[in-house]
Design a protein around this ligand. Structure first.
Ligand SMILES: O=C(O)CCC(=O)C(=O)O
Ligand SMILES: [Fe+2]
Length: 370
């Protein structure tokens, strides 16, 4: 008994000494490679056994949903998590052939000016003018030898849309704003309406581009001025482990998989929970990549649809990129109805880091390989 309490005390002391808390410990556990972690506690919403949740079936008609590439709402598989009110996980509600469109938008369209990306911090506007066009050849014909320069797409880490997030001041501002993409706005509104937020207004977006050794540090998204609005997240490509913690940074998180097409809504009491992405994993993507091919639409929908077919040529580049990458798009409402930015910058802080390889190697605000 004595020995046990001595061991426990020693463990507690070493945890306190290293500044380690439950979230950091679990983050490191899933990020670790030697030995590979045990994934048996990770919740997989694509499998059975989770708690289904009801959405508003009247909020999105089949035709409206199909225009943005979504399956009929009655076929969506949406889940809640006990102890996390306001958290909704929708297991890939996209039509099989329509994820390709959104993936191409993230790589080819949203990377264009006037949107802002990490490469802008170190390169001239003309050098970051056409990231897709400048990367296509390198992705189609990857260099055989190591040491060849990476394509711009491979060096891309984040893109911001709408109210552009300022990584240094951790604020949004009225003066740094460009139009939010209409198609992504429309997709977001369909999801939020189905989840009971018909008034949602997509005002800001952060696209994260992950590679096989990337991770996103523990953070809470609180820079938006109205926290009563939900936060939306779309994932494409490789899978990831997502950790959802509590209202305190050190609270122990639960782990779940995010697969290609999955959508997450953080609202209500779950809106300000700490979260992180410790690991990217090759998963279901391998099975679905070939089936995703290019987007072939039902002819009757083609006149009014938001989702357009993706050419074989473009899809070849997208699928090559996604062989080892994951895309995540978060959509945020920054201002509540009638709300304006304050005169002085908000003191709300976002303290997350995105890193490649070594833990803590590099801050997201300056993440660029150039
Ligand atoms: O990549 C993810 O799943 C999470 C992204 C995220 O939390 C963020 O951009 O704030
Ligand atoms: Fe986040």
């Amino acid at each position: 008994r004595k020995k046990r309490s001595y061991v426990m005390a020693k463990m507690a002391a070493s945890l306190a000494g290293s500044g380690e808390d439950a979230f950091r410990r679990i983050f490191k556990f899933y990020k670790g490679r030697q030995p590979p972690p045990d994934f048996s506690d990770v919740i997989d919403f694509s499998k059975c056994g989770q708690i289904p949740t009801k959405l508003n079936p009247a909020a999105v008609s089949d035709v409206e949903g199909a225009r943005v590439g979504l399956r009929p709402l009655r076929d969506w598989r949406a889940f809640s998590l006990q102890g996390y009110p306001g958290f909704i996980f929708i297991s890939n509600p996209f039509r099989m052939d329509c994820q390709a469109f959104w993936i191409r938008q993230c790589l080819k369209t949203y990377t264009q000016k006037p949107n802002v990306c990490n490469l802008d911090l170190h390169m001239s506007p003309s050098d970051t003018q056409d990231i897709w066009g400048k990367s296509v050849h390198g992705l189609r014909f990857p260099p055989s030898g190591k040491g060849e320069p990476k394509t711009l797409l491979e060096r891309l880490r984040w893109v911001t849309l709408g109210y552009h997030y300022n990584w240094d001041t951790k604020t949004y501002s009225a003066s740094h704003h460009t139009p939010f993409p209409a198609d992504l706005h429309s997709l977001s509104l369909h999801i939020t309406a189905a989840c009971g937020f018909p008034e949602f207004n997509a005002q800001a977006g952060i696209l994260n581009y992950y590679h096989s050794d990337s991770s996103l540090g523990i953070h809470v998204d609180e820079s938006e001025l109205d926290h009563s609005c939900p936060l939306l997240s779309f994932s494409f490509g490789q899978s990831a482990i997502f950790l959802l913690g509590g209202i305190r940074r050190q609270d122990s998180p639960i782990a779940m998989y995010m697969h290609s097409g999955d959508v997450m809504v953080m609202s209500g009491q779950s809106r300000l929970l700490y979260h992180a992405v410790p690991r990217i994993l090759p998963a279901l993507w391998g099975h679905t990549a070939e089936k995703m091919e290019a987007c072939s639409l039902v002819p009757s929908l083609q006149d009014t649809t938001v989702v357009e077919p993706v050419s074989q040529e473009d899809w070849m580049v997208c699928s090559r990129y996604l062989q080892s990458s994951r895309l995540n798009v978060t959509v945020r409402q920054v201002l509540g109805p009638g709300q304006c930015f304050p005169e002085t910058p908000s003191s709300h802080q976002r303290t997350d880091k995105i890193t490649d390889g070594e833990y803590g190697k590099r801050k997201r605000s300056s993440s660029c390989d150039c």
